[in-house]
Design a protein around this ligand. Structure first.
Ligand code: DAH
Length: 339
């Protein structure tokens, strides 16, 4: 019997691995493991042996059976692959749903994109639509139409990147206000996210950064509407509703204000983050200046509007507790993969 078993061991292995297709393999499975298969028959014959012989042969037979089962399984996987390869090469297409051979690390969004997306989603919910404008801009849109006089310090070569006057890199997203109003009649309710450029580089300034601009124009809009929108935004972004409007100056709004929110870390008590003031500055805003309406041929007797602008890096730093502006631009994967 042992010779017979050993012969089966050798034969089965070589036959299984030379089976040309799944059908042939299945015939081999029946031949060895089926009800009347070679191995099954031998197992039945164990009964006729003496107890010691039975134990001895039983062990050998079981081992062979396990090997045959394993070989059948392995060959089945190989043949499946062969069949698939044939199908793919004859149809000329690949099965893109098959798992790949290598694990690929998935990327994640940059914290600036995350904050930008959040703000956009929140404001879209109350009716704002997203518009964009060019980063290479004309003095007219960046300054003149925004009521910023020729001698305003922001127009200085030291602050603004001029390509070739009057062509420049926009120093804020506010020119998108002008482009939108020149294009469309009120009512207007837009946000304009994007990159802006200033000739500035130190611990808290980078020559390129991100802003989001908001503009709403209609009949009878007031400061109360502006406050409502910003309250809603900050409540949804940071969970705090406590804002403070500090009178300020921007050429394109009157009145103008800077917006502070209550410090998210100390809740107004005073800490290092808010430099003991209890407040964090988050942007500028105001009611659209009549001269701005004039430059786009809007009747400032009939329409009123408000605008706001915020620095995204600033908000991302507050939201994620990042204290070094430069870490946004170093592209250190260890920092970025945390988001
Ligand atoms: N454009 C201003 C800046 O870059 C921010 C700003 C302030 C935008 C007030 C506005 C606004 O729309 O009303 O500093």
């Amino acid at each position: 019997m042992i010779e017979q078993i050993n012969q089966i061991r050798v034969e089965a292995h070589s036959q299984i691995f030379s089976a040309p297709d799944p059908d042939a393999l299945d015939r081999l499975r029946v031949h060895y493991m089926g009800k009347k298969g070679v191995l099954t028959t031998l197992l039945h014959q164990l009964k006729e042996l003496t107890p010691e012989k039975r134990r001895e042969m039983g062990a050998v037979l079981n081992e062979v059976k396990t090997n045959v089962e394993r070989d059948l399984k392995q060959r089945q996987t190989e043949l499946k692959r062969v069949v698939l390869d044939k199908e793919i090469s004859s149809s000329g297409s690949a099965d893109v749903s098959l798992p790949g051979h290598f694990a690929i690390n998935s990327g994640s969004l940059h914290p600036i994109s995350l904050v930008m997306n959040d703000i956009v989603q929140i404001l879209k919910r109350i009716g704002f639509s997203v518009v964009t404008g060019p980063e290479v801009e004309l003095e007219f849109y960046n300054f003149e139409a925004l009521n910023t006089p020729e001698d305003h310090p922001a127009r200085d070569m030291q602050d603004t990147f001029y390509i070739n006057p009057p062509v420049l890199l926009r120093s804020h997203t506010s020119p998108v206000q002008i482009r939108t109003m020149k294009d469309k009649k009120p009512p207007i309710q837009i946000i304009a996210p994007g990159k802006v450029y200033r000739s500035d580089y130190d611990l808290t300034h980078t020559p390129m950064f991100h802003q989001i601009e908001g503009l709403m124009v209609d009949e009878n809009l007031s400061l109360a509407d502006l406050k409502g929108v910003l309250n809603y935004l900050i409540k949804n972004l940071f969970g705090t509703k406590t804002l403070r409007f500090r009178p300020s100056f921007f050429p394109f709004t009157e009145p103008s204000a800077e917006v502070d929110m209550q410090c998210i870390q100390c809740k107004g008590k005073g800490c290092r983050l808010c430099k003991s003031t209890g407040w964090l500055e988050i942007g500028g805003c105001g009611m659209v200046h009549p001269n701005v309406f004039k430059s786009v041929n809007y009747d400032s007797e009939k329409y009123s509007g408000f605008a706001f602008g915020m620095g995204i890096e600033r908000i991302a730093m507050l939201k994620y507790g990042i204290d070094d502006l430069r870490s946004f631009f170093e592209n250190d994967i260890r920092m970025l993969e945390q988001f």
